[in-house]
Design a protein around this ligand. Structure first.
Ligand SMILES: Cc1cc2nc3c(=O)[nH]c(=O)nc-3n(C[C@H](O)[C@H](O)[C@H](O)COP(=O)(O)OP(=O)(O)OC[C@H]3O[C@@H](n4cnc5c(N)ncnc54)[C@H](O)[C@@H]3O)c2cc1C
Length: 393
């Protein structure tokens, strides 16, 4: 390799690829590393779909960030090789009438406050509009047309190729160590013994962050969450116009899902709950029988026509779970020339269009008031909390 690159980025998942493009666009020479070709099969960003929703309960900060990200998805749908964001709308369903403090009720109130136009749904309207759903289970809810899902793995592949075409250098490398001397990061050492030096190193390695920086282990945990891809017997019931992205009492159950995927016809259902601790390097990633039993029970109660559908594929996908569910983007407090961008905590993908500039501002230490919430922090200064839609069980 010629003269030292400006920046090494470890991890070519969504965070790393977006950062690479933005830093490259700002004139940095960027050297992107990943333990395999992106989208890596074990990466959190790799799947057929992720939800894009602006509903975050009463959290204005995240709703505003998603408003910006959605405008970015609109641009990408015109500028990329094809649309990757599908605006199916999102339906947020509740098994109880809305009550203040509840995820659906607070999201509804904030949407109206910010000038959005969601439609309130009674159980009879739910039955009429979404025939696959069991109306007896959901008595209240709303449909918000501004929202939907994005083809996550495919978008990472597209953005990665775009970054390479615009000058980013990529190499498959399994980074095993940060090289630092006298409080200065010099670069990284890889599993094959090679060393790569740089002016600056950005760790964008998702749930693997603590395995390279153990001091992050108390504040960013790697947790595994089940995902199921099911084959519906009646695909018409799961088309986006009658089965948009949904959350089903999500803060009380964790369940959410997607319309049938346009190419595979599969319906993806996931659970945004506590998850289980998983070591990203060697941990067990299988979905367990109890996960499937819970899924079947949920489907019997909520989506009867899917209750016995064959499961075509399962995945236990990892969250880089911060203690307060906020992302983690900042320079290392004691090692100069080293920064970290991770902490998606199960809700980072929808921010794709705004991630690059945000992370680049952090690396360059440009003023950006959003970054304060993602700064290097301890449990003493900010109390643990969970994201509004997250189920605690
Ligand atoms: C089950 C599940 C469902 C989700 N659903 C949603 C959703 O609906 N909406 C939403 O907004 N967000 C969702 N998310 C969150 C979202 O997927 C993540 O926040 C986002 O993808 C994180 O991207 P990342 O780049 O930080 O991590 P990753 O995509 O995991 O990328 C990290 C990369 O680093 C590489 N790497 C790691 N260690 C090393 C090393 N030592 N050397 C070299 N390379 C390394 C890995 O191979 C990987 O490619 C979900 C996540 C999961 C797990």
């Amino acid at each position: 390799m010629g003269e030292a690159p400006d920046i090494i980025i470890v991890g070519a998942g969504l965070f790393g690829v977006c950062a690479a493009q933005a830093l490259n666009d700002r004139g940095h020479r960027v050297f992107l590393l990943d333990q395999g070709s992106p989208p890596h099969p074990l990466a959190s960003s790799t799947d057929i779909s992720k939800i894009v929703r602006m509903e975050y309960g009463s959290d204005t900060f995240y709703m505003r960030l998603v408003e910006e990200a959605m405008a970015g998805f609109d641009v990408w749908n015109q500028s990329l090789s094809r649309p990757f964001y599908h605006e199916s709308g999102v339906s947020m369903l509740s098994g109880r009438p809305f009550s203040e403090g509840g995820f659906e009720a607070d999201s509804w109130a904030l949407l109206l406050e910010r000038g959005h136009t969601p439609e309130r749904l009674s159980s009879s309207e739910i039955q009429k509009r979404f025939p696959a759903l069991n109306p007896e289970t959901y008595v209240d809810g709303f449909f918000h047309a501004r929202g939907g899902w994005v083809e996550s793995g495919a978008l990472v592949a597209e953005l990665f190729q775009q970054a390479i075409d615009s000058g980013v250098t990529f190499q498959v490398a399994d980074v095993r160590e940060i090289i630092s001397e006298n409080g200065r990061c010099l670069g990284v050492r890889c599993r094959n013994g090679s060393q790569i030096e740089s002016d600056h190193t950005l760790l964008a390695c998702g749930a693997w962050a603590a395995s390279l920086l153990p001091e992050l282990a108390p504040v960013i945990r790697s947790t595994g969450h089940p995902v199921f891809h099911l084959q519906p017997s009646d695909p018409d019931l799961f088309e986006a116009d009658v089965f948009p992205v949904f959350t089903a009492d999500i803060a009380r159950t964790g369940w959410y899902g997607f319309p049938a995927h346009p190419s595979s016809g599969l319906v993806k259902i996931g659970r945004h709950g506590k998850g289980i601790p998983v070591d990203p390097r060697r941990g067990e990633r299988r979905v367990l029988p109890e996960d499937e039993r819970a899924l079947r029970a949920f489907l019997r109660a909520s989506i009867p026509s899917l209750a016995e559908a064959p499961i075509v594929e399962t995945r236990r996908c990892l969250y880089a779970d911060t203690f307060d569910a906020d992302y983690w983007m900042d320079h290392h407090p004691r090692i100069s020339g080293l920064s970290v961008a991770t902490g998606g905590s199960g809700h980072g993908f929808k921010m794709a269009p705004v991630l690059g500039p945000l992370i680049a501002d952090m690396v360059e230490q440009q003023p950006n008031d959003r970054l304060h919430r993602f700064r290097w922090r301890s449990m003493d200064e900010t109390s643990p909390k969970r994201e509004a839609a997250r189920y605690d069980g």
